[in-house]
Write a protein that binds this ligand. Structure first.
Ligand SMILES: Cc1cc2nc3c(=O)[nH]c(=O)nc-3n(C[C@H](O)[C@H](O)[C@H](O)COP(=O)(O)OP(=O)(O)OC[C@H]3O[C@@H](n4cnc5c(N)ncnc54)[C@H](O)[C@@H]3O)c2cc1C
Length: 257
């Protein structure tokens, strides 16, 4: 658990959100309010392999393949028999995947810099003056995963490569927000960069699609389109998808998951 601090500038304030007087006296000029709480930041490089281990423990068989049409997945069941139901969790690729072709999906490009520096808490601030689609936050990942500094929120941008100019803005904004990220008087040269990264958030108009479907006679349960909250929402969305799968299995007279 880590301390997290979210700061909201006066210019970004929404009138319906109150400003607690207790924190006002400690705020920098231009800042309207701040919230402090403890929170976690998972290290996905550790979390995802752990999830695979949990699945394997319960007997899940993993196979790798690139699928052109969602219905083709039914023929890949390890038993050699046709699967009763296919669960489609292909994220942004559901835009192009045959049998799905969901044009409500859009990439929201997020660029980050991962550094070894530790700001001591997690921080984010509403908006930046650099661009409407740029943001500022930093999160220190569990178990020595470094600090992720963000970022951007660029709708319909597919570029998978880091933009060096944006990287400089990201790093400068982080230091302006949390000067203790680097040594006294240092600028971005004080950041110990591990890597630059880009990810495309699988944003979907109308929200995630968690829905039972039938494609070319194959039962499909979709679970994709979670934008920038796929990890946070994963247990809830998976529970809903499992219910839908069980509904399909019940109709087919099969055992529940
Ligand atoms: C910069 C950034 C910051 C983020 N911050 C957060 C955060 O703080 N909290 C949070 O909860 N989320 C965050 N997210 C969002 C989160 O990463 C996504 O919501 C999540 O990864 C989506 O998971 P998914 O499994 O649905 O899709 P993906 O992770 O895209 O997985 C889809 C999988 O399907 C496979 N696949 C696709 N097409 C095919 C095919 N045709 N055949 C075979 N396999 C296929 C892919 O190989 C991939 O393994 C962030 C994302 C970015 C980019």
């Amino acid at each position: 658990m880590r301390l997290s601090i979210i700061v909201r500038k006066i210019k970004d304030q929404q009138p319906e959100i109150g400003s607690p007087n207790w924190c006002r006296r400690n705020l920098a000029p231009g800042i309207d309010n701040a919230s402090v709480f403890t929170s976690v930041c998972i290290n996905t490089a550790i979390y995802l392999p752990w999830l695979i281990g949990q699945c394997r423990k319960t007997g899940v068989v993993f196979k790798r393949a690139v699928i052109k049409h969602v219905a083709d997945a039914a023929s890949l069941h390890h038993s050699g028999k046709k699967a009763d139901v296919v669960v489609n969790c292909t994220g942004l690729s559901s835009r192009k995947l045959g049998g799905v072709n969901d044009d409500k999906l859009h990439p929201i490009r997020g660029q980050i810099v991962v550094v070894r520096n530790d700001p001591g808490a997690m921080f984010s601030i509403s908006g930046t003056d650099d661009a409407e689609d740029e943001v500022t936050y930093m999160m220190t990942r569990a178990a020595g995963g470094g600090t992720v500094i963000g970022g951007s929120y660029q709708k319909d941008q597919w570029d998978p490569l880091p933009d060096p100019n944006l990287a400089v803005r990201i790093m400068k904004r982080a230091i302006a927000l949390v000067p203790q990220l680097v040594g006294e008087g240092q600028g971005i040269e004080g950041l110990d960069v591990i890597r630059h990264g880009v990810g495309l958030r699988p944003f979907r108009e109308d929200g995630p699609r968690i829905e039972a479907d039938k494609v070319n006679g194959v039962s499909v349960v979709h679970n994709y389109g979670h934008g920038g909250f796929g990890y946070q929402a994963s247990f809830g969305c998976a529970a809903e998808a499992v219910e839908l799968v069980n509904g399909v299995l019940k109709q087919k007279g099969r055992a529940k998951l």
